[in-house]
Design a protein around this ligand. Structure first.
Ligand code: ZN
Length: 214
């Protein structure tokens, strides 16, 4: 066998398996039992290609050489006997950092929410009250959205990984990791918006004090 013209590989030379994170060289494909198994990978919907179609790009995306089409000497992963230690450590580190980042955003959001609710002086400012109520509402909304993203990250990723101990490495796991990254990003962004709104409320106060209204 060699390169396949149709989708999903479209005649490209290097094909990744998203389940095993291994890259195959179709120009040197090995078709024996339990070797490359390219048709099985395509059939299972696990095949990806790279742009540009180079081995360097595959390595940059974290793929490791298949032991068969690249020959055993070129692979960095131990074929039999499970994961090599580098892969194990980076996977552990990534889990640790996930929890750490989540906690930071959660802590920041909690602080912002407390700070928003500690602001209770609108009634003395007459016409400007409505502006401050608007800002307050905006801040609380942003904080709620941030909290919702954090909750999705917690229930969709952290709890399955750390409490229910779902095994990593499957295609679903990869999707879940990407979703978790998006959730963290959005939660952080919304927390920043809430904090910014809180700063605007403070600024209004300072300006009012400076103008002698307060
Ligand atoms: Zn291969």
């Amino acid at each position: 066998m060699a390169r396949r013209p149709g989708p999903p590989t479209c005649g490209k030379r290097f094909v990744g398996n998203t389940n095993t994170d291994e890259v195959h060289d179709l120009d040197n494909e090995k078709t024996g039992a339990n070797e490359c198994q390219i048709d099985e990978i395509i059939g299972a919907g696990l095949a990806v290609t790279f742009s540009p179609d180079t081995l360097a790009e595959a390595h940059r995306q974290g793929y490791d050489n298949c032991a068969y089409c690249f020959m055993r000497v070129k692979t960095t992963r131990v074929r039999e006997g499970g994961e090599n230690t580098t892969h194990l450590y980076s996977s552990l580190l990534s889990r640790f950092v996930s929890v750490w980042l989540w906690s930071i955003v959660f802590g920041g959001l909690t602080g912002t929410i407390f700070s928003l609710f500690s602001f209770r002086q609108y009634e003395r400012w007459g016409l400007l009250t409505s502006l401050l109520v608007l800002l307050f509402t905006l801040g609380i909304l942003a904080a709620l959205v941030s909290g919702a993203f954090l909750f999705r990250g917690l229930s969709g990723y952290l709890i399955p990984r750390f409490v229910m101990l779902v095994s990593p490495g499957s295609q679903d796991d990869k999707k879940a990791r990407f979703r978790f990254a998006d959730d963290l990003r959005m939660a952080f962004l919304m927390m920043l918006v809430a904090a910014l709104v809180r700063m605007c409320m403070n600024l209004s106060e300072l300006i009012l004090v400076a103008l002698g209204f307060y």
